[in-house]
Structure formats: structure tokens, C-alpha cells
Design a protein around this ligand. Structure first.
Ligand SMILES: [Zn+2]
Length: 150
């Protein structure tokens, strides 16, 4: 399987995206982001959603994501058979040529998700997570976030 390794790719931001997705699933029962734009300075994730978030909810997401980061969970890869992966995960975002063994990225016991990207080894490497704005339009919730290293 190809592992993305271009210089534009940002493992901290991308690992934060995994944690944000799982946090959204747990808090709201929505799906993981269906579209995202991950960059070094700021990133955004889009979710199918029913409404805008309240300030309180945004604060709770920040708190929950940072709690996971501060647990310094280990990020590990695991390869499982495609059949098993299809039962547990949505593989639609993986390239078709990803083969019979599917790479699952696990963030401690918090999250597991098929992915071919680059990640941090431990969550504390991500830094502090902060949502700087959100918007809601036509059933799409957009969350924009930054990371800070203090
Ligand atoms: Zn990933």
C-alpha cells in the first residue's frame, strides 16, 4: 500500500483529524468527516449535520480532543484482511488498489480507522487543539482548527 509521504503532508494535523472525527462520532452520533482539507497552519473538516454547533458544544469538543491528546496515547498501525475491514469500517475513502491487507490506524483505544497517511507516534506530539471557527450550510457543518505547540 502506498503511504503518502509528500512534504505538504502534516502528521500532527492529520492525527488531530482522526481524534476530532472520533470525538464528533461519540458526541453527536454523526459520521466521520466526509471531506477535509489538512494543512500545516490550519485545517478544516466537513460533516453531514443537522444544525450549527453552540459555543458550549465547540468548547466541549476542544476539551475532549485535548484530553485525548494529553493522555499521550500510542498511535499504531495494524493490518487486517479486507473482508474483516469491510465489516467494521467504511473503506470508500481508500484507494481501490489498497490490496487485500487493509491498514488500520489505532489511537490507543480511542479510535480505529483505515488510513494510508502519516501519523504521529504518540498523541502529545500533536500539541494543543483549538477550533477557531465553525459554520453550517445546507446540511454541512464545517469545523476549522489549528494546533499550538506550547
Ligand atoms: Zn490517518
Amino acid at each position: 500500500m502506498d503511504i503518502k509521504s509528500n512534504k505538504q503532508y502534516h502528521p500532527q494535523m492529520h492525527s488531530a483529524e482522526h481524534i476530532l472525527n472520533q470525538t464528533m462520532v461519540r458526541m453527536f452520533g454523526c459520521g466521520r468527516s466526509f471531506s477535509n482539507h489538512i494543512e500545516k497552519k490550519k485545517s478544516k473538516c466537513d460533516y453531514n449535520f443537522e444544525r450549527a454547533l453552540t459555543e458550549k458544544e465547540i468548547e466541549e469538543i476542544n476539551i475532549n480532543v485535548n484530553e485525548v491528546i494529553l493522555q499521550d496515547l500510542q498511535v499504531v498501525e495494524e493490518f487486517i484482511n479486507r473482508e474483516d475491514a469491510e465489516e467494521k469500517f467504511n473503506l470508500s475513502k481508500l484507494p481501490n488498489d489498497s490490496g487485500d491487507k487493509i491498514r488500520i490506524m489505532k489511537i490507543g483505544d480511542y479510535d480505529a480507522c483505515p488510513c494510508s497517511g502519516l501519523h504521529v507516534a504518540y498523541t502529545k506530539e500533536i500539541g494543543r487543539f483549538n477550533i477557531y471557527s465553525t459554520s453550517f450550510n445546507d446540511g454541512v457543518l464545517r469545523i476549522r482548527f489549528k494546533l499550538f505547540n506550547e
